[in-house]
Design a protein around this ligand. Structure first.
Ligand code: GCV
Length: 714
């Protein structure tokens, strides 16, 4: 049960924005704890006069966080006390020496209860958990409630995460670069670990714990074997020690051929006993250094990575061999389903399903298959991956990309909350209506206990962590929706904006409106109506729908849009690649017909003539151009909305967002013009009345090059 206690009536009457007094650089994320004046600040102070708690490592953090938050928002530091007084915050877990004031039954290891009640005759707020980590999560939740304007005198919240594994995946390399990272170098200073443990690690743990994120995969899925050497295990162990009191476990990505590369084994065949023994010994070594090590993440037989198929074994053979190695220690294996093969002529969107669906029921019980939200690759919009709902006997976990490889990288304001929500709410129809993707990954649809969700991190050493202030919202939204996949993107945006900028509704409302429209704007100016994968080669920055000369067909944008004189789109119906046949029959039937396919996915599933009529009555050609126009206009509108917020936002963050919106506007126009110039060269059609011609001829767009674009694996 997850009650909603955000009391916005109070927000509108009590919260008064503190005028921005000094510039901020974004380092404090949503944990700024900025001063809240007036009645709202007073109610925080009144409900947090003292903190009563024991002093375990995690409870000490909870106390510090509460002191920091309350001190920051009210200017008055609550005292630590053993005595309950009116207005105390009482922190309780199973280790409490007082009788538990509220039941912790059903809260699990991570959940919490927050309740306004009388204890020893005094009105207090109890923050309780079955474990100290639960209490820590509760402390962060109380601060969130306080800072977003909840009525603190009548709290009655019980919250448990719906999904067990809530993990960040870092695509961080051992040399400090980050694959698809747009926020600077890696925050892991591998070279100086384990001796030097800078303050960023603790701040990273705070930020994650405040959202309930409970694990982190430290290294890139395109892994180096070296991360499994004794030296690197010691470095990972140092991080694990720091993260443990925050309830965060570490995991490692592994390279399939590590036994050969590190110890000269002749093969990496998962059925070779010597290989299995190597992994068992390696797992024992890791667990000796990191007793609560989470387990392994594996990218195998994908994009050139080695894997069990090199030995004519299946993904299940590979996953199960690793699973046996970590099982005695309680570890798990997350096996990625992001696979497509250079010698497979089938539609790339079908290949993961074709490989994995037949393996349903063959995975060990500590294996979970990690599936990207869509069947291609984190595009601005993709229909949900057909594996969701198709492997009832196998736990599946979601993989989202928080870093925005395809959504404007660091500079575009494209809030991902709506993308997360859209996918989670998609109905697979696998077990009739209401079989949402959220129910697949929270385990409730098929009764799985091992459940998970991962987000490819957007974190780097930039002062603002995520490459832009607004990109922080994507990290925030991932964590909040991982805890509760039923949260709406809008509610999460409201929380984030209130904590990151100001709880003043005059600030929150326009910021949330900008955020909520921003992803659709990007879809419009990049890949409207179900188009996908038409970006520049390699770096994936900017438009390049004309690219057709790359070695593998599925590397080329022309493979995805298939535009010609007659029409545009990829026919994935039963008369085309039959990717629709990978969905539940009732859904496949809808998707086979363009009229019953959601228009947002139209060209993903259908190749249609330019004169095809959209729901609006306009032709597909005119509608496509209008989407591009709308996308650019939406960015211009965000620029205007942001400009109006200038008096309410501190100078440094205001200036960053203003500058990035200007970049976004220029690039939205570039996307629009380049795509229109190209599609017009193919369709030969005039632009609809009122739509401007591209600023340059097509060849100008084709001639652009970006040799040092960030995030691109070299
Ligand atoms: C880590 C896409 C990205 C790659 C990434 C890959 C994956 O292809 O462009 O950088 O590699 O997905 O998810 O494994």
């Amino acid at each position: 049960m997850v009650p909603r206690l955000f009391c916005w009536m109070i927000a509108s009457t009590m919260l008064v924005a503190t005028p921005p007094v000094m510039a901020e650089d974004g380092y404090d994320l949503w944990l700024r704890d900025a001063r809240i004046e007036g009645a709202a600040g007073q109610q925080i102070a009144a409900h947090a006069r003292t903190i009563v708690s024991l002093n375990s490592p995690s409870l000490a953090i909870a106390r510090q966080e509460l002191q920091r938050g309350i001190g920051g928002t009210t200017g008055a530091l609550p005292a630590l006390s053993d005595m309950i007084q009116q207005g105390s915050l009482l922190l309780q877990s199973a280790t409490s020496t007082r009788a538990m004031a509220v039941s912790t039954e059903g809260l699990g290891p991570d959940g919490y209860a927050i309740r306004s009640m009388n204890v020893e005759g005094k009105p207090v707020t109890v923050i309780a958990g079955a474990t100290d980590i639960g209490v820590l999560h509760g402390a962060y939740a109380w601060l969130r409630l306080a800072e977003t304007g909840a009525a603190l005198d009548r709290l009655d919240v019980r919250s448990t995460p719906r999904i067990g594994l809530r993990l960040l995946n870092h695509w961080d390399n051992l040399d400090g670069t980050v694959e698809r990272g747009y926020a600077g170098q890696s925050i892991w200073d591998w070279w100086r670990l384990p001796d030097y443990k800078g303050p960023r690690y603790t701040d990273y743990a705070r930020a994650n714990a405040s959202l309930g994120i409970n694990g982190t995969v430290l290294n890139n899925v395109n892994a180096k074997a070296d991360s499994l050497t004794a030296a690197y295990i010691a470095k990972a162990a140092a991080l694990a020690d720091l993260f443990r009191p925050y309830g965060i476990k570490v995991y490692l990505s592994v390279k399939w051929t590590a036994p050969m590369e590190l110890d000269g084994l002749k093969s990496a065949d998962p059925l070779d006993p010597a290989v299995a023994a190597w992994w068992k010994t390696k797992a024992d070594e890791i667990y000796k250094a990191i007793p609560d090590f989470g387990g392994f993440l594996v990218k195998a037989n994908s994009e050139g990575q080695p894997g069990p198929q090199d030995y004519k074994r299946t993904h299940a053979d590979g996953a199960n061999m690793l699973a046996a190695a970590v099982k005695p220690h309680g570890g798990i294996v997350m096996w990625r389903a992001f696979v497509y093969a250079h010698d497979n002529p089938d539609d790339r969107a079908k290949q993961a399903y074709s490989d994995f669906k037949p393996l349903d029921g063959q995975f060990a019980d500590n294996v979970i298959v990690q599936v990207k939200n869509g069947a291609i690759d984190f595009q601005p919009r993709e229909p949900f991956h057909p594996l969701f709902g198709a492997m009832p006997k196998t736990p599946l976990m979601m993989e989202y990309q928080i870093t925005k490889e395809y959504l404007g990288q660091s500079t575009h304001l494209t809030y991902l909350g709506p993308l997360f929500e859209e996918v989670l709410k998609s109905d697979t129809l696998a077990r009739g209506k209401g079989s949402t993707v959220a129910k697949v990954i929270d385990g409730s649809l098929e009764g799985h206990r091992l459940t998970g969700i991962a987000g490819v991190a957007n974190i780097g050493v930039d002062r603002d962590w995520s490459g832009s202030i607004f990109n922080q919202a994507d990290w925030y939204a991932f964590g909040r929706m991982a805890w509760d996949p039923d949260l709406t993107a809008e509610a999460v945006a409201r929380e984030w904006a209130a904590q990151t900028f100001s709880p003043d509704p005059k600030v929150v409302a326009p910021i949330v409106a900008m955020m909520m429209g921003s992803r659709e704007a990007a879809v419009d100016y990049m890949t409207p109506l179900g188009l996908a994968h038409i970006m520049g080669t390699g770096h994936h920055y900017g438009p390049a729908p004309w690219v057709s000369e790359l070695a593998r067909p599925e590397w080329n944008p022309v493979y995805y849009h298939k535009a010609d004189r007659q029409g545009i789109g990829f026919d994935r119906t039963k008369t085309g690649s039959n990717a629709t046949g990978q969905y539940a029959p009732a859904l496949a039937k809808l998707l086979d017909n363009p009229k019953t396919t959601p228009e947002r996915d139209l060209l993903w599933f259908h190749h249609l003539p330019w004169d095809y009529r959209l729901a609006s009555g306009e032709t597909l050609w005119d509608g496509l151009i209008h989407h591009y126009d709308r996308g650019v206009e939406a960015v211009a509108a965000m620029q205007r909305d942001w400009a109006a917020l200038k008096p309410q936002v501190d100078a440094e963050r205001f200036a960053q967002v203003e500058a990035f919106l200007a970049i976004q506007h220029r690039e939205a126009l570039w996307w629009r013009d380049a795509c229109i110039a190209y599609f017009q060269s193919v369709s030969g059609r005039p632009l609809p009345a009122g739509s401007a011609a591209p600023a340059h001829p097509l060849d100008w767009y084709k001639a652009q090059s970006f040799p040092y674009a960030p995030g691109h694996p070299k």
